[in-house]
Design a protein around this ligand. Structure first.
Ligand code: FEO
Ligand code: CA
Ligand code: CA
Length: 632
């Protein structure tokens, strides 16, 4: 999500088939600037990994960089697809870089801080698609002319308008994918859009407010982190740090166990919506909090449709939603809860997916079973730990989840999924971020981004969380028993343990065998697979380029071969950004990637590089100059 989240020390090393430092190659970054459409958009770098061990990775890895530009391998170019504030329709107001644009204008413009996204191709047309793109949060520094926290109801409404989801049409013209302004599919869903609540918790007393006595009609989605795409053609947007938006006009308000566990505070976490919008004031509308923290399903091809919050998937700080299918055809949704020491979940639908009639799946995610993961301590291998795990059902009346442990119904279990998962002693993880499923062998990968508190606060060191004060993060992988995502057991290993071999000699903090001074990174966050099975890794880490992070440069995107473990740096983002959100065109010849919060702490005018220009979060389209498959 944002800056300098946490970081400190580490431990352990692993191996995934390659010898450490094997790819030490040529050297320094320099590179030629490339101008596209008049703007400096990308910079190609000299190779650092001259040799190729992997048949999957055909590009030359690049050096770390700290420039205010996109850096790519030789032979690749980037262009801006869409930026924060761009009007979605011709009659919508233009972006106002002064910060004086209105909330009403922002409701008609591309949202801020784009994050997870999915591409939906038009059937039978390879040159037309929709992109559904999350807009996670906003930077007040740039949103308002005054550059500070919201000062009025209009300010709050503008912030709410900047978050949520943007659906846009894109078309390929002359080989380049472009945003189609005024498409009838272009749509904003934001912090005040009508949204339906469905599933077992819908209508529960804890979801009722003075404005909605039914408990089924919520207003708004915000803090939309990452995403999922269902096999039946809908988009899932995941509500993550929703508690940040709430506060209380009573500074002494006592919060109950559920409210505390989800982390709401009276002072609010620098967002201060509650001061100007009573909906977010816990002293006035405490149940509003329970109407957020869900996965929301959107039909991108029906711009009139009402998005639906699917309560059967549980309420927590959702990162993303990775779809898979059981052997008997039911939908599986893997989900991480991104907070230190929180859990990994799996939802399995009651009914099978109907692959012949997509509309028949419209309520599929309302009925099913939620599970949480328990990992064993593993084999303790310092190089490449591995072990076993199991999924434990979070169903009222089972596994000690009942009135005796504080749950009156399944609705309460879902609303307080974190508390229910603690009852069954789920494994407290190092901040689970994205989860993806390999299209080639069905193995599941999950970024555990970092956790400076590992080893404290009752969080044991070991298993898939092997390092105390983990500042660098790791990528966990698991394989379902008998390759059936419906199975209750699995085996796990760590695909990579990030580290800094330039600063720390040896195993623990230098990272695993597939980390070397040329590909090192910290805080893996976004993940994506392309059709060929390349694993793309996007980072949201410490970009100070100093201390524990010396030599790592700006946040970046890397590409891995899951079979050999080789990891190569593919792209470096501009100053103080996070690289997040990834999709491919159907022919795999264009990669869409998000640059979020460039210059969040200043120091950037990317992508426009105008005098006194403001940085703007943007979605980029990356192509090979020879028109080939990305990464090959
Ligand atoms: Fe929005 Fe956990 O990242
Ligand atoms: Ca993230
Ligand atoms: Ca992150």
């Amino acid at each position: 999500m944002s800056l300098l989240e946490e970081n400190q020390a580490t431990d352990l090393e692993q191996m995934v088939g390659l010898t450490r430092r094997r790819f030490i190659g040529a050297g320094a970054l320099c590179g030629a600037a490339m101008f596209l459409g008049g703007n400096l958009l990308s910079r190609s770098a000299l190779a650092v990994n001259a040799t190729t061990a992997s048949p999957l990775l055909g590009f030359t890895g690049i050096a770390a960089a700290s420039s205010d530009a996109i850096t790519l391998p030789p032979g690749y170019s980037a262009s801006v697809l869409i930026s924060w504030g761009q009007p979605l329709h011709k009659n919508a107001p233009a972006f106002d870089p002064s910060g004086n644009g209105t909330a009403k204008a922002q409701e008609q413009q591309f949202g801020d801080n784009n994050d997870g996204m999915s591409l939906f191709a038009f059937p039978g047309d390879n040159n037309r698609a929709l992109l559904a793109i999350n807009n996670e949060y906003t930077n007040y520094r740039y949103l308002y002319a005054h550059g500070g926290a919201p000062q009025s109801a209009e300010d709050v409404r503008k912030a709410q308008a900047s978050e949520g989801v943007s659906v846009i049409e894109v078309q390929r013209k002359g080989g380049t994918w472009q945003f189609v302004q005024d498409s009838r599919y272009n749509r904003r869903i934001h912090g005040n859009s009508p949204i339906r609540l469905s599933g077992p918790a819908a209508g529960h007393a804890w979801l009722k407010t003075s404005a909605d006595k039914s408990g089924k009609k919520a207003l708004g989605t915000f803090q939309n982190c990452a995403n999922g795409k269902t096999p039946w053609g809908t988009y899932l947007t995941c509500e993550e740090n929703f508690t940040d938006c709430f506060g209380s006009s009573n500074p002494q308000q006592n919060f109950d166990a559920g409210q505390k566990r989800y982390g709401v505070t009276a002072a609010s976490r620098d967002i201060n919506w509650h001061q100007h919008d009573p909906r977010f004031d816990m002293a006035k509308n405490p149940n509003e909090l329970n109407r957020h923290g869900w996965v929301v399903e959107i039909d991108p091809f029906d711009p009139q449709s009402t998005p639906v919050k699917r309560t059967a998937l549980g309420r927590f700080k959702h990162e993303n939603a990775a779809l898979a299918e059981t052997r008997d055809g039911r939908a599986v949704v893997y989900m991480g809860d991104d907070e230190r020491g929180e859990f990994i979940y799996k939802f399995v639908s009651r009914d099978p997916i109907n692959h012949h009639n997509s509309k028949a799946n419209k309520n599929l995610l309302d009925h099913g079973t939620l599970y949480v993961a328990i990992f064993d301590a593993g084999d303790g291998n310092a190089d490449h730990p591995k072990g076993k795990g199991q999924w434990v059902e979070l169903t009222h009346g089972k596994n000690g989840i009942d009135a005796g442990s504080g749950f009156a119904s399944q609705a309460e279990v879902l609303i307080h999924a974190r508390l229910a998962a603690s009852v069954v002693k789920a494994t407290r993880m190092d901040r689970p971020e994205w989860i993806v499923v390999s299209p080639t062998d069905g193995q599941v990968y999950c970024t555990l981004t970092n956790n400076a508190k590992r080893g404290e606060d009752g969080q044991p060191v070991g298993g898939p969380n092997p390092r105390e004060k983990n500042v660098y993060g790791q990528i966990l992988r698991w394989k379902a028993d008998k390759d059936n995502h419906g199975a209750s057991e699995f085996t796990w290993d760590l695909f990579v343990v990030a580290g800094n071999p330039g600063v720390h000699a040896g195993t623990p903090k230098g990272g695993s065998s597939n980390i070397n001074p040329q590909n090192m990174f910290n805080s893996p966050d976004g993940l994506g697979f392309d059709k060929a099975g390349r694993l793309w890794i996007l980072t949201d880490g410490d970009y100070s380029n100093a201390g524990d992070f010396a030599g790592m440069g700006n946040n970046q995107m890397l590409c891995a071969d899951p079979a050999t473990g080789e990891i190569r740096r593919f792209m470096v983002g501009p100053v103080a950004c996070e690289v997040t959100g990834i999709s491919f065109s159907p022919d795999q010849k264009t990669l869409f990637v998000g640059i979020q919060h460039p210059g969040e702490t200043g120091g950037s005018t990317w992508p426009e590089h105008l005098p006194n220009g403001k940085p703007r979060s943007s979605v980029m389209a990356i192509r090979r100059d020879d028109g080939g498959i990305i990464g090959a």
